[in-house]
Unconditional design. Structure first.
Length: 260
């Protein structure tokens, strides 16, 4: 279903599919794009049957990033009033308790790169190209780019990409850890869907706590991470789904999970 001129949201079973859907405009990120994204996120939060999200794009490119006409209209006052809201739009994917997969083809520049950095897994087509050119325009990435990219690829690579405004191809993105999977262009959406459905079939508590534990480990001490593991294991070992998973494995049948 279209949410306006920029985004569409559909479902494939328990997988929600967000499609950047303004290919003629290079799927640019502007105010309308961001408001449509917020509306989709509200729908996701209200749909408790969803077990995974894929973000992909129509056309030859994922997104060429921020609409420069929108950037021209932005003032310091606008940023003070709205930047927390803007950052939360991209942080939403990291906080969502279900897997979020980005399927990237063609250009993925600036704000689009910041968008995929908030996702759990990034799958790139062989023709994908990545760049964070904000410094060229007199600013620095402000929707998680300097923070999440540094966590993902390390301080040196983050400085090279952000301060040097260097464009990298899909193979280099895989090598430095910006993306996790590299596929042929024609296999991109199929690979993303296959992985999303695979994870959707796992017990919800296992996925939810695994995602939260990994995110926590990336931002805290070893002791904090171990304490979380103790808490989540205590909870999970009391669930019906854990017993069902073990029993089904021993009985060589497909498990039926209830989320309890």
């Amino acid at each position: 279903m279209s949410y306006g001129n920029h985004l569409a949201f559909d479902r494939d079973g328990r997988i929600g599919i967000i499609t950047l859907d303004n290919a003629k405009g290079f799927n640019l990120v502007g105010s309308d794009f961001l408001y449509e994204l917020e509306e989709i996120q509200k729908e996701i939060l209200n749909d408790h049957n969803l077990a995974g999200i894929i973000i992909n794009a129509n056309g030859e490119n994922f997104s060429a990033g921020i609409d420069l006409k929108f950037l021209q209209s932005v003032s310091s006052q606008f940023i003070m009033d709205n930047l927390v809201w803007l950052q939360n739009l991209y942080s939403f994917w990291q906080e969502l308790p279900i897997p979020v997969i980005a399927a990237i083809n063609g250009l993925c520049y600036g704000s689009a790169t910041e968008l995929i950095l908030g996702c759990d897994i990034r799958i790139a087509a062989e023709n994908a190209k990545f760049s964070l050119p904000e410094v060229r325009f007199g600013l620095s990435p402000d929707m998680g780019g300097t923070t999440r990219l540094t966590h993902l690829v390390g301080i040196g690579q983050a400085k090279r990409l952000i301060m040097g405004c260097e464009e990298i191809d899909a193979e280099e993105a895989l090598r430095i850890g910006l993306v996790e999977i590299l596929v042929k262009k024609e296999a991109l959406n199929e690979r993303a869907m296959k992985l999303a459905h695979k994870m959707a079939d796992f017990p919800p508590a296992g996925i939810r706590f695994a995602k939260k534990g990994i995110n926590l480990a990336n931002e805290s001490s070893v002791q904090t991470g171990l304490l979380f593991e103790q808490s989540q294991s205590t909870f999970c070992c009391g669930t019906e789904d854990l017993r069902e998973a073990v029993t089904a494995f021993l009985e060589k049948r497909k498990p039926v999970f209830t989320g309890r």
